[in-house]
Design a binder for this molecule. Structure first.
Ligand code: ADP
Ligand code: ADP
Ligand code: MG
Length: 472
């Protein structure tokens, strides 16, 4: 087993990994920028090292991190999500230094991180893939030709894109011509590779993804699916496991496809195969994420499998502890990404000091976060502050629990997406369990909630004022 792991990340996912290490008796090493000096992962790890004054550069410093891991006697590095998690050079640098990278092999990251290469591999493996360009596009004329052949609308996508960025829908040749250079230059800036490809736009699709786990002994299993259709600008807001939109046969089918995909590329460790489901109930492979995902929590909740622990065990060379038929699921889990954003101001990031925070509790509620009362949110990073995960035996009860937990949560001093999520939870379309990736855009009215204090809050405020007045 591994003895000491460097966590090449920050925030809630660093804390999540530290927790797994603590339970497994593994020492954890945290890293932090100056801006993160007071971050929770720094306090929770067994050891912490400052990696410089630049807010982001240190977290992306491949050789600096590999050297630090070696110098501090670590035998492995966990990359979390974002940052270097899908960087093949980082995985390779670890291997070259005799360190275990907790993720798949560098070649697999490289292949699946390149969306056109991944599409080719999946077509070869026999998976259904959205119609699109054979590879990267060389010229706008080639783009127009491909679009003509597959039909509009099309999606112009950055080949090495991620995080919902570098994707543009084009409804006509004019739009495609207009967006082409823009997306190429965005791709170059955001992902370091100015390459794009085209695929057919699936209109009003559902985003369904399957969690897979594979060991180094040829065992590959899936942990069922998640529905991530509640998105804004191609970024997930609320995730659900299992999808309330799938029947049992579809569930088995897509689980099998994901295992087939993973096996076809010699995948090891935890990964996610993302699909789109169209209105004719056809699935299309979209991409594979070769890392732990933000929403791994809801799969853990319905299956009882600790995905981060399995990642560590598999990376250490141990076989999976479960066979496919031993994976049971129970009930529904919903995750809310609580972002420091103001929904009523175009989701503008809302940084600053958290004047008071307390986590929601009670049955079926989990909170993964790195915030605490008095924490000052630095403006340099992702706006996701916390993940609230609720679960119950039925879809209806999971929704009720979600409403209760979000109200239960105390988070003051900044604006968050919580009131917006409460509106979504009340909406009949959401409650019906039948919605597609257009839900957020179709319901702009949901951001017009009011800030009226709830009756019980108002009552306690009045009581306190009266007590102060009468000197009681
Ligand atoms: P998930 O599929 O786990 O929900 P997200 O798409 O929400 O992942 O991305 C998780 C985090 O990783 C976000 O902070 C996102 O900005 C970042 N991220 C994902 N892919 C990339 C990439 N290729 N380049 C830069 N950042 C990325
Ligand atoms: P990322 O790497 O940023 O996660 P994805 O390829 O997974 O990018 O796409 C992110 C989201 O964009 C999807 O969940 C979906 O909502 C939308 N999207 C991507 N490709 C298509 C498509 N061909 N048709 C319709 N929607 C798409
Ligand atoms: Mg994706």
């Amino acid at each position: 087993m591994l003895r000491k792991i460097l966590i090449a990340n920050r925030g809630e996912i660093a804390v999540r990994i530290i927790r797994a290490c603590a339970e497994m008796g593994i020492r954890s090493v945290a890293i932090y920028s100056e801006a993160d000096r007071f971050a929770l992962h720094v306090k929770k790890a067994d050891e912490s090292y400052c990696i410089g004054s630049e807010p982001v550069a240190g977290y992306l410093n491949v050789y600096g991190l590999v050297n630090l891991a070696a110098a501090t006697g670590c035998d492995a590095i966990h990359p979390g999500y974002g940052f270097l998690s899908e960087n093949a050079q980082f995985a390779k640098a670890c291997a070259d230094r005799g360190l275990i990278f907790i993720g798949p092999a560098a070649e697999v990251i490289e292949r699946m991180g390149d969306k056109t290469e991944a599409r080719k591999a999946m077509i070869a493996a026999g998976l259904p893939v959205t119609p699109g360009s054979a590879g990267n596009l060389d010229t706008v004329d080639e783009a127009l030709e491909v679009a003509e052949a597959i039909g509009y609308p099309v999606m112009l996508k950055a080949t090495s894109g991620g995080g919902g960025r570098g994707i543009r829908r084009c409804d006509s040749a004019e739009e495609l011509r207009r967006n082409y250079d823009r997306v190429i230059s965005e791709a170059g800036k955001a992902f370091g590779r100015a390459e794009v490809f085209l695929e057919k736009c699936i209109v009003n699709p559902r985003h369904i993804e399957v969690q897979v786990l594979a060991d180094q002994h040829g065992n590959t299993i899936h942990l069922y699916e998640r529905d991530c259709s509640i998105q804004r600008r191609n970024q997930k807001l609320i995730e659900i496991a299992p999808s309330p939109q799938l029947g049992e046969a579809q569930r088995q089918y897509i689980g099998g496809l994901a295992v087939l995909a993973a096996k076809a590329v010699g995948y090891t460790n935890a990964g996610t195969v993302e699909f789109l489901l169209d209105d004719q109930d056809r699935f299309y492979f979209m991409e594979m994420n070769t890392r732990v995902q933000v929403e791994h929590t809801i799969t853990e909740t319905i299956t009882g499998v600790d995905i981060v622990e399995e990642q560590i065990r598999v990376a250490a060379g141990l076989p999976l502890r479960f066979r496919q038929e031993e994976i049971r699921r129970r009930g529904y889990a919903i995750q809310f990404r609580v972002n420091a954003e103001d929904p009523q101001n175009n989701f503008l990031p809302s940084f600053g000091r958290i004047s008071r925070y307390y986590a929601p509790g009670g049955p079926g509620v989990r909170t993964d976060t790195a915030i605490y009362t008095g924490y000052e949110i630095p403006p340099f990073y992702d706006s996701m502050l916390a993940k609230v995960i609720v679960s119950a035996l039925s879809w209806e009860d999971a929704i009720k629990r979600g409403e209760r937990a979000l109200r239960d949560m105390g988070l003051f001093g900044i604006k968050t997406t919580i009131p917006y999520y409460l509106e979504i939870l009340r909406h009949p379309e959401f409650r019906s369990g039948q919605f597609d990736t257009g839900f957020v855009e179709k319901h702009p009215e949901l951001i017009h909630y009011s800030h009226k204090p709830r009756p019980e809050v108002l009552a306690s405020v009045i009581a306190a004022a009266m007590a102060a007045h009468t000197g009681l």
